[in-house]
Design a binder for this molecule. Structure first.
Ligand code: FEO
Length: 396
């Protein structure tokens, strides 16, 4: 896709509607875009590339914009292969091109592609004049890899932000935020952030603060729409995610082998709805991919996990989710748990230990049933739990 964003500054990225799993892990029901940008000036500059299978489409789009002119620089803001794996083909087509990156980029250029020549190393704050424009480079390590940096265009206030402000979803309706279905983009932005960048809240917040003095009219990320009309909106949401701040709401996620743990989950769900809690979502972890649960955990402030005891451990789907939550070092959650067992209960104990490690606030009661739990008043306990959760939300 080609689109002129500002005069002589073009989008030249691609939509990928064929890949099933991003990083071979995360489902892509709405596809994904690999965004790259071309600035036509006295020196022509490309910002990032696209994933390897799309290199021909990418290079032919570049030719459509600049014809027989050469490209002087390609700026590599991020080395993850979804943005760098067309570099070799790009160099084949434009052998004189200079590759701009920082010290850490250089090491990765060599390690991934054996590229050591025609490189141009920049440091934090360095500038390159390319004609009417000046580009400046801002190192933003761990957003999302150690070499990540952002590139800023003076005057027009364009920020090429790498993965920051990115979202899953291909750009079917057009590349600008004004073209997008904002509810869907927001959902896919939360899923992208929580799945891919979620561990790096500190570096994301630091990067946003570092760039806050720059006037920004366009945010050009490596995935998802170009932000222009809704810059305040996307920055606000990214800051919230980076700080692990969330809105009022409850995520109930559970595993269940024979339906008994699921019954407890449904009782808790109904009690919360009856008591008027906003935004209650129920996820059966055998039915839904964990990426959607992570999205909702980043959105809402309360998490209730339920699990049967399985081989004296957590049910594997629940255990897997706890590993993903712990890996993202998620802070500021209110937590409750429930579980079941057939002869020796371990699930509730393990879920409690998990929440203690995460330093989350644990709300009582913990509902644990043996076998079908016929002797337990699950409805009454669910009501009590719902009321305690409401009190905790009101006290936040
Ligand atoms: Fe889309 Fe971290 O790369």
């Amino acid at each position: 896709m080609i689109r002129e964003i500002t005069k002589n500054l073009y989008y030249v990225g691609v939509n990928d509607n064929t890949k099933q799993l991003f990083e071979n892990l995360w489902p892509l029901p709405y596809g994904v875009s690999y965004n790259a940008y071309l600035i036509k000036d006295k020196s022509n500059v490309l910002i990032d590339t696209v994933e390897y299978p799309f290199n021909q489409e990418f290079i032919s789009q570049i030719s459509e914009v600049i014809g027989d002119e050469k490209i002087d620089y390609v700026v590599v803001n991020h080395m993850e292969p979804d943005h760098s794996s067309s570099l070799v083909q790009l160099i084949d087509k434009y052998p004189e091109i200079k590759i701009v990156g920082n010290k850490k980029t250089m090491d990765m250029l060599n390690g991934f592609y054996g590229i050591t020549s025609n490189v141009y190393e920049v440091k934090d704050g360095d500038k390159i004049e390319i004609g009417e424009r000046t580009l400046s480079f801002h190192l933003t390590p761990m957003v999302h890899w150690p070499e990540t940096m952002m590139t800023y265009v003076d005057g027009e206030g364009v920020l090429f932000s790498g993965d920051a402000f990115g979202a899953f979803g291909s750009l079917q309706n057009g590349i600008m935020d004004s073209d997008a279905d904002i509810k869907l983009v927001t959902d896919e932005m939360y899923r992208y952030y929580s799945n891919i960048v979620g561990k790096y809240g500190g570096p994301v917040e630091k990067a946003i603060e570092k760039l806050s003095s720059l006037p920004i009219n366009y945010i050009c990320s490596t995935h998802g729409p170009v932000w222009h009309d809704k810059i305040g909106y996307v920055v606000e949401h990214y800051l919230k995610m980076a700080r692990y701040e969330s809105e009022e709401g409850v995520v109930i996620a559970y595993g269940s082998m024979y339906g008994h743990t699921a019954d407890v989950a449904k009782n808790i769900y109904e009690a919360l709805i009856e008591d008027g809690v906003k935004n209650v979502v129920l996820h059966d972890l055998s039915d839904v991919d964990a990426s959607f649960v992570l999205r909702d955990v980043f959105k809402y402030n309360t998490l209730i996990l339920g699990s049967p005891t399985y081989n004296s451990e957590l049910f594997p789907k629940v255990a897997d989710l706890t590993v993903k939550l712990e890996g993202r070092m998620i802070k500021n959650k209110t937590f409750a748990c429930f579980g079941s067992y057939s002869w020796a209960g371990q699930a509730v104990k393990r879920l409690t230990a998990f929440a203690e490690r995460m330093q989350w606030d644990i709300i009582e009661p913990k509902i644990e049933i043996k076998q079908a739990g016929l002797d337990v008043d699950v409805k009454a306990l669910s009501k009590e739990l719902a009321e305690n959760i409401i009190n905790s939300i009101n006290n936040l």
